[in-house]
Design a binder for this molecule. Sequence first.
Ligand code: TXE
Length: 481
Amino acid sequence: MSDLQFFGHVIDNEEVESIDAARFDVWNPWTREVWAQAAEASEKDVERAVLSARRAFDEGPWPRMGRVERAAAIHRLADLMEERADDLARLDSTNMAKPFAQAKHDVARSVWNFRFFADHQRDAVGEVYPMDSGHHTYSEFGPAGVVAAISPWNFPLMMASWKIAPAIAWGNTCIIKPSEDTPASVTMLGRLAVEAGFPPGVLNVLNGHGAPAGAALTADDRVDRVTFTGSSTTGKHVMASAATHLAPVSLELGGKGANVVFADADLDNAVYWAVEAIFRNAGQICLAGSRLFVHSSVYDEFMARFVEAAEALTIGDPFDPATKFSSLASKRHFDKVASYVESARELGGTIRTGGVAEDGSWIVRPTVIDGLPLDAAPYCEEIFGPVCVVNSFDTEDEVVHLANDTRYGLNAMLFTENLSRAHRVASRLRAGTVWVNCFFIRDLRTPFGGVGDSGVGREGGNFSREFFTEPKAVVMQIDRG
Ligand code: TXE
């Protein structure tokens, strides 16, 4: 009997094996050992999950429940997550080498996602349109149906909660397929939903690979909404698949965020956030500030301080409290990031610090590169790792052009003490979010999403309501004249 942990599917409030009993290995990237197994869904398991979610939506209490009662149920889940925060964080740290303090932070953010959307739907109001014709129209926001949510491995619990919370808060039922690299914390979330007393089928967790599990899910015409976070390439497949049955999609895809440091920036602040923006979570963040532009008059000073700060990050075991930075999330991903560092060297880039740790680990050290041509792949493509490519600029027009000259458009950052410039440049940057003198600050009421290859649609606050409901106009005749 194996002593590996097991993460099954959670379907109809029961944790089950796959119908054919297939499993896959789950790795710990720090120890480079298999530490668990998860159920590997086939089309038959997808069918089972879809039937469960469909039944829960068409016949179950959840979509018909009062908004106060539904909010209370979601808060019960959030309470349980808080009680078990260390366990949830431990799963993410083990599963993807996320430093434990950062994993704890992610759990807190996940709890907040549930609490926010529970209250947001509870307190929401509709719209009323008085009409001169003697009629009166009001809007209603009813649940859309069954939501398929597909989440990535870089913030396993947090990204899943960001999708599940608004979906279920608005009365939908949900099937979440976590990344095959990180099934652990989302499966535990499914177990906690059972403990919280959710009706069967409201939250189903389906473990498995992109194909067949994810693909079968998005193609299923009993699914009413598809929300996906992952690569731009897979996002296009997901959109095409959902289009076969006209299910609206929300896609949050890759990024190549520009981080612009003007000459008048507070350099302490700019260096601090430049480090956070590219080395937090080992750079495995769609919002990473991976293209850094520094005004030529402060370039040398900034680079010296940036390199020093990068080198000061403590690299090590994700469970060591001193660790700020650990290995990449999988061997596959390590190979991808390492090959970009190698190609940067071959294409004439100067590695100012960092590089691949040549010790058999899956670590790429905090890496800063400059001198790369602007058509080089490591400058143009999403690396999704701790690799920052730096360039200098002289004028505002030049840097706006450079920042926007990408097929991505998820986010950008700018650092300046000049208020007029901050407003002007923020408005000219082609990105879903622009941070001025900061990074990673999120108010859940605000729109979140990207342009171009960074995605389709926005989520957050009322933007999530638009996506996860079917708005309806009810026209009443008030006055027969
Ligand atoms: O992504 P995929 P991967 C980027 C990042 C990374 C690259 C590859 O650059 O290096 O993508 O990562 C599921 N139908 N981002 O391979 O393939 C899959 O099982 C339905 C950016 O992990 O996009 C997983 O659950 N689903 C990003 C999820 O999609 C499918 C976060 C993501 O996998 C599917 C992650 C299919 N045909 C990676 N194929 C971000 N925006 O933050 C795969 N999946």
